[in-house]
Write a protein that binds this ligand. Structure first.
Ligand SMILES: Nc1ncnc2c1ncn2[C@@H]1O[C@H](COP(=O)(O)OP(=O)(O)OP(=O)(O)O)[C@@H](O)[C@H]1O
Ligand code: SF4
Ligand SMILES: [Mg+2]
Length: 394
């Protein structure tokens, strides 16, 4: 099941020991991003489908630029098929089709290009950048015990064996709320929430710094979803983790993310601090997405206009000319049909790809959105302030 390969065995380091102290992390956050994606392209060939004698492609990720800062939770949202998983799996180096650059600042301060790693640096990257998948049922090998599932990255990436390995597995199981005595059990013996804790333990065990969580709570019952979200937040606080949190559920994103990136047809169309994005979106697609978030307070229902998106998401193998959103945009002009808007900084810390962002007066949501939009008792932790522009520039 694992694709991990043995590596030169560095001294085992616990997650806490590997993270720099808090003041150092704050200093790190003020400098460069921990992950910087530039001009990322992923095109899947469409077998058997030709146009003018050439194979057609789905341009699943179309020139994405994105920064993830140390210690933040960056949400990645958008409709099904917009390219969220392809972007996340490219960061995990699971997309050989990917081109562009994905620069990662490792714990030792070196900047690694994830798309061009030596085998030694690939092992460093696999230790420090980890993934939690949506469906623990299919991502955990049913024939492996918890000890082997959680211990495999330690064996493959850190060269641990025997008691040392088992002690680290037990420690990590406790950290994620699993009973360490359940070491010899198989995944089927656990509930969906417990299995997701196993997935988190497997991601966490080699001491990562960046975790890509792709719809990590979407497959869970509403009753356990908030427990797993709370666990992810506690782990972030304890270990100084950075998250790329992929989700289609904006009510969850609003509660757990510091900043949000909105994706449409393979492009990032808006990036903003969470509060600003929900209160005052700059891109018409963001406005439409957040207008669909349910309002929990019955007294306030009907006070907000629901922007209904017309038409289907376009076929990504034949994207519209100009702005890819123009066939569905109620603000589109002639310019929008012919010229694709490039992402630009429209306000401090805010990026948008829309010709008319400054002249549109779009509707957002003031105050927290549906805290129980999907029946989930969401975490109530106060969100940390994202880095200010001044902090990022210094
Ligand atoms: N292996 C593949 N081969 C061909 N096309 C693919 C492949 N994987 C994804 N695609 C296509 O690439 C586009 C982006 O897919 P992706 O799974 O990244 O979207 P997503 O935003 O994660 O969707 P969802 O919210 O449904 O998970 C879609 O049009 C999809 O059909
Ligand atoms: S560029 Fe035009 S079509 Fe695209 S989002 Fe802006 S207003 Fe709408
Ligand atoms: Mg997906």
């Amino acid at each position: 099941m694992s694709t991990e390969t043995p590596a030169g065995a560095p001294a085992p380091v616990s997650p806490q020991a590997q993270d720099p102290p808090t003041d150092e992390r704050a200093a790190e956050r003020r400098t460069e991003p921990v992950l910087s994606v530039r001009g990322l392209e992923v095109a899947y060939p469409l077998r058997g489908r030709r146009l003018a004698g050439r194979h057609r492609h789905v341009r699943a990720v179309a020139g994405v630029d994105l920064d993830v800062h140390q210690g933040e939770t960056l949400g990645l949202v958008g409709e099904s098929g917009c390219g969220k998983t392809t972007l996340g799996s490219s960061i995990m180096r699971a997309r050989p089709e990917a081109s562009g650059s994905i620069r990662y600042r490792a714990a030792d301060g070196r900047v690694l290009d994830a798309l061009a790693l030596s085998s030694a640096d690939a092992a460093v990257y696999r230790r420090e950048v980890r993934m939690v998948f949506q469906d623990p049922q299919s991502s955990l090998n049913p024939r492996m015990t918890l000890r082997d599932i959680v211990g495999e990255p330690l064996r493959m990436l850190l060269g641990l064996r025997g008691r040392e390995l088992e002690a680290r597995v037990r420690e990590t199981m406790e950290r994620v709320g699993l009973h360490p005595d359940h070491l010899r059990r198989y995944p089927h013996a656990f509930s969906g929430g417990q299995r997701q804790r196993v997935s988190i333990a497997r991601a966490l065990v080699p001491g990562p710094r960046l975790v890509v969580a792709d719809e990590a709570v979407s497959a869970l019952d509403t009753s356990v979803r908030s427990q797993i979200l709370n666990l992810l937040q506690d782990l972030q606080d304890e270990l100084g983790l950075t998250y790329l949190f992929v989700s289609h559920d904006l009510s969850v994103v609003e509660h757990v993310c510091d900043r949000v990136a909105v994706m449409y047809l393979g492009r990032i169309v808006e990036v903003a601090p969470t509060g600003e994005l929900f209160a005052g979106p700059l891109h018409p697609y963001t406005e439409a997405l957040i207008s669909a978030v349910p309002i929990p307070d019955p007294r306030l229902r009907g006070t907000r206009e629901r922007v209904r998106l017309t038409g289907e998401v376009p076929d990504p193998s034949q994207p519209p000319s100009g702005c890819p959103f123009h066939p569905r945009c109620r603000y589109a002009t002639d310019l929008c049909a012919t010229e694709e808007p490039a992402p630009r900084e429209a306000a401090p810390g805010r990026t948008v790809a829309c010709h008319h962002a400054e002249s549109l007066d779009l509707t957002g949501i003031l105050g927290p959105v549906a805290s129980d939009a999907s029946g989930v008792d969401l975490p109530t932790r106060t969100r940390r302030e994202p880095p200010t522009r001044q902090e990022k520039d210094t």
